[in-house]
Design a protein around this ligand. Structure first.
Ligand SMILES: Nc1nc2c(c(=O)[nH]1)N[C@H]1C(S)=C(S)[C@@H](COP(=O)(O)OP(=O)(O)OC[C@H]3O[C@@H](n4cnc5c(=O)[nH]c(N)nc54)[C@H](O)[C@@H]3O)O[C@H]1N2
Ligand SMILES: Nc1nc2c(c(=O)[nH]1)N[C@H]1C(S)=C(S)[C@@H](COP(=O)(O)OP(=O)(O)OC[C@H]3O[C@@H](n4cnc5c(=O)[nH]c(N)nc54)[C@H](O)[C@@H]3O)O[C@H]1N2
Ligand SMILES: [Mo]
Length: 698
């Protein structure tokens, strides 16, 4: 399939680089140097020949008329969008010169790289996130915007992020999709779930919103946001009170089981009903069903934990498969992330031994605060953004914009498009698309590894992240060979170093990847099947000493969600919770500059329950303002019982500069909380409180 079909027509093996657990294999047909067709790789075991709604028209993204094609220097005010074309030589020389001067005056920690999930590749993300910045001694970025709380919770409880593979759901009798919307966010899980449902598997979705996934469910449970920890502990309460738990399994395979019942006393279904808004009878029914329908799979993702209490929420949920003895079973247990199966060798990735001591860490969720004074010693003097669009996607973006307007801040943005963030750059550099560079990908919903071969030449003067790192390294005067390897050499070095420690990668080489496109590492089909958990005790740690050592509650607990800015604003009426999950046609803010997708998503909107709308005189289609102490955004009201009372839902991803409803150009991240969550400095987008009012009829 990858072979030449004719001298002028090639079918190239590529991989979807976007932030999605599926990491699809894609085949790109190239004719006369132009990509003419893109399709799902039929041989990829998860992709199975089809691509999602976002990536089917991918060539519109690759050949988008707004692609940046050459470096730009700002000539007007920051944010005014006035640019002058410059050469790469001038751009790189100017950056290196500014950095040398900043390092001399403030030290290298005054330089901050900021990146997240534009691409998830080993070269263009992981190596780029590490090597040059380590060599410079720049500030490090704590990348906690997405799933850090669950990462800490899962590591503390189970020892590693292993996950039940998608196809194993065929063996589940019950699936609980808990704060997860895979129809939009993990589309390639869905055919496996559909097959299971045809054979009688029951599906329960727990989400304050009636999502696309809920439409396929047998039962929808809609708790108040941030109360899932209480729901899980009440389920545990019922399991233990009714003797539905597996005492033998718990005694043999867990640490801290003895401590749990005392904790559960406080979480009777009646009390949990008050907290969650779910009737006590439903909580009891849910617990009984979870115990009876075995194997039962709980599948979580990342949206659920973007709360001030997200870490403890995940800890509480993780106790349920232990109480019912379902870890390590086929079709039971937990599906979260496969990221822990292969962890790239840190030494090969980082080359710390050749670098100055690691500098301070700055939490990416605090970017606005960091730029406006929180990072004081030294103050941030230069920001280099790539693979991220913080003005659109990071919390409390008004503060970020205030920071980016600082006249003394030297900002470089490496991008495919002139995003909300690029608008504030001093220098913009044009970036390649996935079809134009080399990379290696592993999914976070499966364990397959795929090689991405460049299919076409970059447009104009676009350069890959890794190529830019090399240019900057040379201009800074560095000579270490690991800063200048080819992308293939980076992959080969990291693969072989990782394989030396991890037998799952035995025999996986770059040559084989080029030939076979996608390779299955040698991993057990069922995670934890041997009931040997890589925690300090070797057991499921219901009690976690590592959390206690970090000053955290060592037992699963529920603490109500909070927005620390909620009291510093007095809007009219009661405040409402604002949740902002994934849009079906965008990946964060990526693809939100495509007319077709924008047409399908409609005006930027907010879902409001009819009771909350009526209390404020709001009718469907009205323009409304959401506001709090951080800022405001205008949105189109969708009055619907798809959302529970007391909660507003508006999908993430809109570009502020395309705001049709205000001259100031805002999106909803003007409102979102930049407070850090309980575990790992997690983002807390969904704990945001806002006030709502009608502004104009329509
Ligand atoms: N189409 C599309 N796919 C994507 C993305 C995208 O933007 N668009 N983003 C990608 C990324 S970056 C990620 S991290 C993953 C995320 O994948 P998911 O976690 O599946 O996606 P989210 O929409 O962030 O969150 C899932 C659900 O959590 C619900 N939710 C919010 N708060 C609570 C709560 O307190 N309790 C419960 N029970 N539910 C709650 C939201 O209503 C939402 O429907 O998806 C990836 N895939
Ligand atoms: N309100 C709200 N906001 C959220 C969330 C939420 O739930 N609610 N979820 C959060 C989550 S889970 C996440 S993961 C973050 C994601 O936040 P970000 O990682 O900032 O994601 P995007 O906004 O999609 O920006 C990615 C940018 O990378 C660029 N890019 C793509 N490939 C390349 C490349 O090869 N090189 C370079 N230099 N650039 C490239 C794209 O053009 C795009 O502009 O958003 C968060 N934002
Ligand atoms: Mo994410």
């Amino acid at each position: 399939m990858t072979n030449n079909q004719s001298p002028i027509s090639n079918c190239i093996s590529t991989v979807c680089p976007h932030d999605c657990p599926d990491a699809c294999g894609m085949l790109t047909d190239v004719r006369d140097g132009r990509a003419v067709r893109i399709s799902g790789d039929p041989d990829h075991p998860i992709t199975r020949g089809w691509l999602c709604a976002k990536v089917r028209p991918y060539l519109d993204h690759v050949y988008h008329p707004d692609r940046l094609t050459h470096p730009l220097r700002r000539v007007g005010e920051k944010g005014a969008g006035e640019w002058q074309r410059i050469t790469w030589d001038d751009a790189i020389a100017e950056i290196a010169d500014r950095w040398q001067r900043i390092i001399a005056e403030y030290g290298a920690a005054a330089i901050l790289p900021y990146s997240y999930s534009g691409t998830l590749g080993l070269v263009q993300m992981s190596a780029v996130n590490a090597r040059l910045w380590n060599r410079i001694g720049a500030s490090r970025l704590a990348r906690a915007i997405c799933g850090e709380a669950a990462e800490v919770a899962v590591k503390a409880t189970l020892g590693a992020r292993y996950s039940v593979p998608y196809p194993a759901v065929r063996h589940s009798r019950l699936v609980i999709l808990w704060g997860h919307n895979p129809v939009s966010t993990a589309p390639h899980f869905m055919p496996f779930l559909t097959e299971a449902r045809r054979n009688g598997t029951q599906v329960i979705v727990i989400d304050p919103r009636r999502t696309r996934t809920v439409r396929l469910a047998d039962w929808h449970i809609a708790p108040k946001p941030g109360t899932d920890g209480a729901l899980a502990l009440a389920m545990a309460h019922v399991l233990v009170a009714e003797g539905l738990h597996d005492e033998v399994w718990l005694t043999e395979n867990t640490l801290g089981w003895d401590d749990l019942p005392a904790r559960l006393v406080a979480f009777s279904p009646r009390r949990a009903a008050d907290i969650t808004g779910i009737p006590a009878a439903d909580i009891v029914k849910l617990a009984r069903r979870y115990a009876a329908e075995r194997p039962a799979l709980i599948k979580i993702a990342d949206g659920l934990q973007r709360h001030s209490n997200g870490g403890q929420t995940v800890r509480a949920i993780l106790t349920l498969p232990a109480l019912t003895g379902q870890y390590g079973t086929r079709g039971g247990g937990l599906a979260y992330s496969t990221s822990g199966v292969i962890k790239w060798d840190k030494a090969a990735l980082n080359h710390w031994e050749d670098c100055p001591p690691p500098a301070r860490k700055i939490n990416m969720n605090r970017l606005g605060a960091a730029l406006t004074g929180e990072a004081a010693d030294p103050p941030i003097q230069s920001l280099f953004v790539y693979g991220a669009n913080p003005v659109a996607s990071s919390p409390n973006s008004g503060e970020i914009v205030r920071g980016l307007r600082r006249p003394d801040l030297f900002t470089v943005v490496h991008e495919q498009f002139l995003t909300d963030t690029a608008d504030f750059a001093d220098i913009v550099l044009p970036a390649t698309n996935q079809l134009e560079h080399t990379d290696l990908h592993k999914g976070y919903g499966h364990t397959f590894i795929s090689y991405n071969q460049p299919a076409i030449a970059p447009p104009g003067e676009c350069k890959s992240n890794w190529a830019v790192m090399g240019l900057l390294a040379r201009a800074m005067g560095y000579t270490e060979p690991w800063l200048f390897q080819s992308a293939d050499a980076v992959i080969a070095e990291i693969l072989s170093a990782t394989a030396a420690e991890n037998p799952a990668l035995a025999g996986v080489t770059i040559e084989r990847l080029k030939r076979e496109r996608t390779i299955a590492p040698n991993v057990p089909e069922i995670p934890f099947a041997d009931l040997d958990f890589p925690t300090p005790s070797g057991k499921v740690e219901i009690f976690s000493q590592s959390l206690a050592d970090a000053g955290l509650d060592p037992l699963p607990n529920f603490v109500p969600p909070t927005d620390p800015a909620a009291d510093s604003f007095s809007g009219s009426g009661k405040s409402l919770a604002l949740i902002s999950g994934a849009a079906h046609h965008f990946v964060s803010s990526t693809f939100a500059n495509h007319t077709d997708f924008l047409a399908r998503e409609g005006d930027p909107f907010v879902e409001i329950h009819p009771a909350d709308a009526a209390a404020r005189g709001i009718a469907d289609g009205d323009l409304v303002r959401l506001e709090n102490a951080r800022g405001w955004v205008n949105l189109r009201a969708r009055v619907t019982d798809d959302i529970r009372p007391g909660v507003l839902a508006s999908p993430k991803g809109r570009w502020a500069k395309n705001d049709p409803f205000s001259a100031e150009k805002h999106n909803l991240n003007r409102l979102t909380s930049d407070a850090l969550g309980d575990f790992g400095g997690q983002s807390t987008f969904h704990s945001t409180r806002v006030w709502l009012r009608r502004i104009i009829g329509d």
